[in-house]
Design a protein around this ligand. Structure first.
Ligand SMILES: [Mg+2]
Length: 238
């Protein structure tokens, strides 16, 4: 029986990509004012992000962002502008990061039947991204030495925070490797948020696949039925 539903943050509950694009555009606009002929392009900033991330995927996300921006600016002799543009980036990144349209109603409905938690590798703090007060607990990689997904320790911390056995927890996320394979290996039930309708990229089959968060409450109720265990008292047949 599922007692707790725990969410990944970015691209699961939060529509992050438009916020990143907007924040990068603000940074690039500011750099173009400083150096109209020299300023980097969005593609260069994205390439530097990818390179820095590939070098050390375990690093905290804000460190990756800062180092990638430093690298881009250094190539244009603009490193002295790093601090200001990091601040500018994070100001707009948080200001613009908001839940998907069906997220808050889905969370409210789930809270009627489950403990609802939030556990992320990233830096999308719930209260800065329109999700303040939504969760029974929040876990962030790097806080208190918590390693990033897919580390088993991450999911052990999820279970401890939920006060439930791994098999009583449904982990919900968009990243197949981090949010399906890894929690399944930890003994959790898994829900893959597959908005783009991708093929299953690996051998581990999620317990549930959804294209929209609004499908989650009924999907979880059906899972409980398939377990041969009655759904939560008010969750059946809705
Ligand atoms: Mg994600």
């Amino acid at each position: 029986m599922i007692k707790a539903v725990v969410f990944d943050a970015d691209e699961t509950l939060l529509d992050l990509r438009p916020a990143i694009d907007y924040a990068l555009e603000q940074v690039l606009g500011s750099l173009r004012l400083l150096a109209p002929d020299l300023a980097p392009t969005r593609e260069q900033m994205r390439d530097d992000w990818s390179a820095v991330f590939a070098e050390d995927p375990e690093a905290p996300v804000p460190h990756i962002r800062r180092e990638s921006m430093r690298r881009t600016l250094a190539r244009f002799g603009m490193e002295q502008h790093l601090n200001h543009h990091c601040d500018l980036f994070f100001h707009f990144r948080y200001q613009q990061t908001r839940p998907f349209p069906d997220a808050l109603a889905t969370l409210a409905r789930l809270r009627e039947s489950y403990l609802v938690g939030y556990a992320t590798n990233g830096n999308s703090t719930a209260d800065r991204c329109g999700l303040g007060g939504e969760f029974a607990f929040e876990l962030y990689a790097h806080q208190g030495g918590l390693p990033k997904k897919p580390a088993p320790e991450f999911f052990a911390a999820v279970a401890a925070a939920a006060g439930a056995k791994p098999g009583e927890i449904a982990y919900v996320g968009d990243n197949y490797h981090h949010d399906v394979q890894a929690p399944a290996a930890a003994g959790m039930r898994t829900v893959w948020v597959n908005r783009a309708g991708h093929e299953l990229p690996g051998p581990v089959v999620p317990d549930l696949v959804i294209e929209r968060l609004a499908q989650l409450p009924d999907g979880l109720s059906r899972l409980a039925t398939w377990d041969g265990v009655p759904p939560a008292s008010d969750g059946a047949g809705r």
